[in-house]
Ligand binder design. Structure first.
Ligand SMILES: N[C@@H](CCC(=O)N[C@@H](CS)C(=O)NCC(=O)O)C(=O)O
Length: 217
């Protein structure tokens, strides 16, 4: 059985959890916070998520874990059949991460402290969001999924990668990434409307008080 290490408030953890659930993989969760000694023994970055494979190997870095899961459980693959389409799926995942997810983290401190970010920082993050949304508009044809008729790993990645931009951007930058991407509003609702998404969202809500107490201590 695969062991998924991390905690339910992490968007990256939830991407992996969603993929494991969708594929019907046998897995268990081991609740760990970043930089916990048990985690550092498995992955030098101390970041979550990490997984322990059936053969006892530890793997970290979400996109690597997602690829591993799809390779080891090829039933109903979350990547398209052709090498070109698979590359396009990974290209979209990379753009989402580089232009939306990672920059959004730079505003988390200000968001939780209810502070206005410095102008230069706000301008940099906003530029990245706008550029990212432009690129995503060029790479996607949402009908109904990001890359057409089939759900791919990019849909799972996007659903959770949007969490922090959605939280910080409207309040701190007066910019809404969902409305800046053509068709993403309906896609967002569709993605939320599944048993797996509902379960992950409920687990996240349940863990919120503990997480908030932890970051404010
Ligand atoms: N590049 C990593 C990023 C994972 C990541 O940033 N995880 C966050 C939680 S969502 C974390 O562990 N942060 C704590 C830290 O950086 O020490 C991945 O793709 O898995």
């Amino acid at each position: 059985m695969i062991i998924l290490h991390g905690f339910a408030m992490s968007n990256y953890f939830n991407m992996v959890k969603h993929a494991l659930m969708l594929k019907g993989c046998d897995f268990s969760e081991n609740k760990l916070y970043p930089q916990a000694p048990e985690l550092l023994a498995m992955t030098a970055t101390g970041k979550i998520p990490a997984i322990t494979t059936v053969s006892g190997h530890h793997i970290s870095e979400t996109s690597v874990i997602l690829d591993y899961i799809d390779e080891v459980y090829p039933q109903s693959s979350l990547y398209p059949a052709s090498a070109e389409s698979r590359a396009q799926t990974r290209q979209l995942i990379k753009v989402i991460e580089l232009y939306l997810e990672l920059p959004s983290r730079r505003l988390m401190g200000d968001f939780f402290a209810r502070r206005k970010p410095e102008d230069a920082l706000a301008a940099e993050v906003l530029t990245s969001f706008k550029k990212g949304c432009d690129i995503i508009n060029q790479l996607t044809t949402i009908q109904p999924y990001l890359l057409g008729k089939d759900l791919t790993m990019a849909d799972i990645f996007m659903r959770y990668a949007l969490a922090i931009p959605n939280m910080v951007s409207p309040r701190l930058l007066d910019f809404d990434p969902i409305s800046a991407i053509q068709g993403l509003g309906d896609w967002h609702k569709m993605m939320a409307d599944s048993d797996i998404s509902r379960k992950i969202d409920a687990d996240q809500l349940e863990n919120q008080p503990e997480f908030m107490a932890k970051i404010s201590s």
